[in-house]
Design a protein around this ligand. Structure first.
Ligand SMILES: Nc1ncnc2c1ncn2[C@@H]1O[C@H](COP(=O)(O)OP(=O)(O)O)[C@@H](O)[C@H]1O
Ligand SMILES: [Mg+2]
Length: 257
């Protein structure tokens, strides 16, 4: 049984310059405990897909099934409750700048009605899990990008999610920090058995985290399957292009052959 299923998602944005078909029938399924990757170039529809999975954006057509539960059929009020079980990690961290680290991590627990005292105690444990307990009283502006992302990950854990969605979680970070964040995500997946959907334009992220990947291009999945298969023997033009982008980056960094 699939843990998460996207069924024929369609989404069109109506803009002053005409219609933008961001998703044109996207389907995929994710098993429980899996880290599933979606890769595509800028503008492919990745962020729209994430926003449709957690229903921040309602798809025009199609369904999202989470543990066989049709999320698309819920009212907005029901959704707000269900969405608490879905954690989001973004490129720009989305921390509350006027709150210190500890109080940022407390946020999902406050929403869940946990007392301030208990929330703070738990928050410290989550900060410890991401190696940042010593920064509990710092403010986001005092942290590096990698530290901010670790706070964001602690905050996601505080929501006790069954699913974590990462939208370009490491795209604002340097290669070394990217490595530590990917490692942390992997550890969380193993330790807590939390299913993840990882959305990125970087092949490295998919290679390090995922066993299965879907390649998104212009709102359609043009190829999917085992990471080893898709990246070693790409069939679609989009996958071949992503491979080329990575080779170019490797050469520029002096790590290519
Ligand atoms: N709120 C919106 N209004 C209008 N167009 C949008 C909106 N969000 C995304 N788009 C368009 O949909 C397409 C897919 O965007 P997006 O999902 O952000 O792609 P990606 O995350 O892969 O870069 C793009 O052409 C983008 O301009
Ligand atoms: Mg995006």
């Amino acid at each position: 049984m699939a843990f998460l299923e996207a069924e024929q998602l369609f989404k069109t944005f109506h803009t002053a310059n005409g219609d933008v078909e961001a998703l044109k029938g996207v389907s995929f399924s994710v098993k429980k405990g899996q880290i599933y990757g979606v890769i595509g170039l800028s503008g492919a529809g990745k962020s729209t897909l994430v926003r449709c999975i957690n229903l921040l954006e309602r798809p025009d057509k199609g369904r999202i099934l989470l543990e066989d539960h049709d999320m698309t059929a819920l009212t907005d009020a029901e959704l707000r409750k269900e969405r608490q079980s879905i954690g989001m990690i973004f490129q720009h961290f989305n921390l509350l700048m006027q709150r210190n680290v500890l109080d940022n991590v407390c946020l999902p627990m406050e929403i869940a009605g946990i007392s301030k005292k208990d929330a703070r105690k738990k928050a410290l444990e989550y900060l410890e899990a991401v190696g940042l307990a010593n920064k509990a009283h710092a403010f986001p502006v005092q942290l590096s990008g990698g530290q901010k992302q670790r706070v964001a990950i602690a905050r996601v854990l505080a929501g006790k999610p069954k699913l974590i969605l990462c939208d370009e979680a490491t795209s604002a970070l340097d290669p070394e920090t990217t490595g530590t964040i990917l490692h942390l995500l992997q550890e969380i997946n193993k330790k807590h058995q939390i299913t993840m959907v990882v959305i990125t334009h970087e092949m490295r992220v998919i290679e390090e985290l995922c066993d299965e990947v879907a390649v998104l291009e212009s709102g359609r999945i043009v190829e999917s399957g085992l990471v080893s298969k898709v990246f070693n023997d790409p069939q679609s033009e989009a996958a071949k292009r992503l491979l080329l982008v990575r080779q170019t980056q490797d050469i520029l960094k002096g790590t290519g052959e």
